[in-house]
Structures are given as structure tokens and as C-alpha cells.
Design a protein around this ligand. Structure first.
Ligand code: NCD
Length: 346
């Protein structure tokens, strides 16, 4: 997927997963996102980086945060955004993903953001489309922008990622969020400990460089970050534990349990939360929670991803901050900052 030789740390056309991304590439996205975060604090929250480009949100699975976040990110970059919901489309009439995507592409689309229940759906589209493809979650495989926004939030809250100890708790087996977090965190030098019942945390995850524990109480006192995951009921084929009450008793993050954690620990959750199951409401809304910060950061991270995957293509010259006509002069310096950090090869 190399586009420009000797260029910046980022020269990929697609973002399909965090597996295989180098520490430099991850840092490039995080640094670019930091530049874009500043845009969200302005009264005019727009930069002209993707003016004239078309982004399509192709969502075959329910989504609240991710879908709105991608749409808003594209809008803030001045792209035209089309939101496609599979439930009201010809997918219901038997059209394949490939045909739907190729037809949409024929209308002149530059970036396809796809969420699908099949692992590998984003890779498949990247092979059949000329457009850039961004994976917004493919089955239990990967959810790279969630992984990136989680790492971004950790770096922002604790000042670093390297050397931190991160617990990811819950339904690891069915979680694309866990997989993307593991790749990102391990590459950036964090230790990852996966916590949950053995039915939801298979020992095979040790091969990804993680520790595995079946006791949240044992792990809590020694971690810097606790990332709580939802039980993915829709992906379960059989009951993985005797009852939800039993699960909550052993793995639910309650205020009482939080008393065992380090005072500076941060609590994360990708959403949607099942309050009272994996996390108690007073912890979710408590002083150590960064859950809404994750959502806010997701916007900046997705702006960075859309900007970077669109970069280096011929039309990307329009996105050159030195050429782009920023409204009221806004947006120039943030893009110059982002371009400088990424090697200025836009
Ligand atoms: C996650 C997802 O869809 O993978 N949510 C999200 O994108 N924020 C996690 C989940 O569904 O539990």
C-alpha cells in the first residue's frame, strides 16, 4: 500500500486494523489527532482538508458513537458525507457487500468507512475498491479507530503509554475492541493483562503477548488503566457463565472494588455500557472515569485517520494547508502542524 517513497511515517491508503502498524505509524496518527483536537475547541469547528472529497459510511451493524463520530469527523474536514444504513438498503434484497460497495464507489466516493459483522469485510473491500477503506469494526476481528482513541486517551490522561499496565476486563473472546487495543498497546510498549472467566478469556491470547487472569480483585491493585468491556450477547452461542449476577459479582467494577485500585487509575469503556452489569453507575460517572473523554477524543482520532488515508493521492494536493483556502483563516495552522509532524508530505 506504499504510495510515496521517503515520505512521512504514514503512507497507507487504508486502515484495516492495528495489527502490523509500527510504533511510528501509531504515533503519527496520535500526533495528528492531537492537532485536530484543537479544532474542536474553536467556534468554527471546520478545516478544509477534505473539501470536495466524498466519504461514505457503510454500516451493516448497529452503531451510535462510531457512526456519528465518523460522520462528524468527515464533516469537520469539509468532506461530503453519505450515511448508508444496510437495514434500509438493497442489502435486504440480496445484494452482496462487494456489489453494494462497487456501485456506491461508481458514484465517485473517495473513502469508504465500513462496519460489518463478518471478520475480514474491510480487507475484502480494500481488495475490490479503488477508494480508501477504513474499518469501523469487522465482527470480532478489529476496530482500529477504537483502539487508537483508547491509546490516545491513555496517553493524554497519563502522559505516556510505554511501561503502563493495562487491564482489559470482560468478554475478550468476542471483542474487536480488545484485539485492536492489544495490538496498539503492545506495539507502544504497554503491558496488557486480560481479565475474565476462562470461557471469555481463552489462554490463546497469551500468544498476542498478553497476560491472562481470572481474578479482577488480584489484578486491580497493580494496573494503571482498567478498560471494561460489554458482554457481547449478540455474538454468544452458548452461556459462558452461570448467570449475569454471578458475572457481576466476580467481574463487575463497583465502587467497593475500586477501593482496591491505585488512586490514579483511569477507568475506560468503549460503550455501549450495560450499567449495573460490567460497571456500576457510580464508577462509570465517577472521578476516575474517562469514558466521555474517549468519545470526544474519538472525533479527533477519526479526523486524523480520514486525513491520513486520503493523503498522498493526487487530489490530496488540494488538502495542502498551504494551498487550501481555510475559512476565515482557520484551519491553516492546525493542518500545518499536522503536516509538519507527519513529515509535511501532503
Ligand atoms: C464496540 C463495538 O461495536 O465493537 N462499541 C463501539 O464501537 N464503541 C463495543 C461493543 O459493541 O460492545
Amino acid at each position: 500500500m506504499t504510495r510515496s517513497a521517503g515520505g512521512p511515517a504514514w503512507n497507507r491508503r487504508h486502515l484495516l486494523g492495528l495489527e502490523g502498524l509500527s510504533a511510528d505509524e501509531l504515533a503519527c496518527v496520535l500526533d495528528t489527532a492531537e492537532s485536530f483536537k484543537e479544532v474542536s475547541t474553536r467556534s468554527v469547528k471546520k478545516v478544509p482538508a477534505l473539501r470536495g472529497r466524498v466519504v461514505v459510511n457503510l454500516f451493516y451493524e448497529p452503531s451510535t458513537r462510531t457512526r456519528v463520530s465518523f460522520a462528524l469527523a468527515a464533516t469537520r474536514l469539509s468532506a461530503d458525507v453519505v450515511d448508508f444504513a444496510a437495514s434500509t438498503s438493497s442489502a435486504r434484497k440480496g445484494e452482496t457487500l462487494r456489489d453494494t460497495a462497487r456501485n456506491i464507489e461508481a458514484m465517485g466516493v473517495d473513502i469508504v468507512v465500513v462496519r460489518h459483522s463478518a471478520p475480514g469485510a474491510a480487507d475484502h473491500l480494500a481488495r475490490v475498491l479503488d477508494a480508501s477503506v477504513v474499518n469501523a469494526g469487522d465482527g470480532a476481528h478489529e476496530h482500529p479507530t477504537q483502539g487508537l482513541l483508547d491509546v490516545f486517551t491513555i496517553r493524554e490522561a497519563l502522559g505516556r503509554v510505554q511501561g503502563l499496565r493495562v487491564a482489559i476486563v470482560g468478554d475478550i473472546a468476542h471483542s474487536r475492541v480488545a484485539r485492536s487495543n492489544i495490538w496498539g498497546l503492545r506495539t507502544l510498549g504497554a503491558e496488557v493483562v486480560l481479565v475474565g472467566p476462562s470461557t471469555l478469556v481463552p489462554a490463546a491470547f497469551r500468544e498476542m503477548g498478553c497476560e491472562v487472569s481470572h481474578s479482577l480483585d488480584d489484578v486491580l491493585p497493580e494496573v494503571d488503566v482498567i478498560n471494561m468491556l460489554r458482554i457481547q450477547q449478540e455474538r454468544l452461542l452458548a452461556a459462558p457463565f452461570p448467570s449475569l449476577r454471578e458475572y457481576t459479582r466476580l467481574f463487575g467494577l463497583t465502587a467497593r472494588r475500586m477501593a482496591r485500585a491505585r488512586p490514579e487509575v483511569i477507568v475506560m469503556h468503549p460503550g455501549p455500557m450495560n450499567r449495573g452489569v460490567e460497571i456500576a453507575p457510580d464508577v462509570a460517572d465517577g472521578p476516575r472515569s474517562v469514558i466521555l473523554r474517549q468519545v470526544a477524543n474519538g472525533l479527533a482520532v477519526r479526523m486524523a485517520v480520514l486525513y491520513l488515508v486520503a493523503g498522498g493521492r493526487p487530489a490530496a494536493r488540494e488538502a495542502d494547508p498551504r494551498r487550501a483556502a481555510a475559512p476565515r483563516g482557520e484551519g491553516r495552522e492546525v493542518l500545518r502542524g499536522a503536516a509538519a509532524r507527519t513529515g509535511g508530505a501532503r
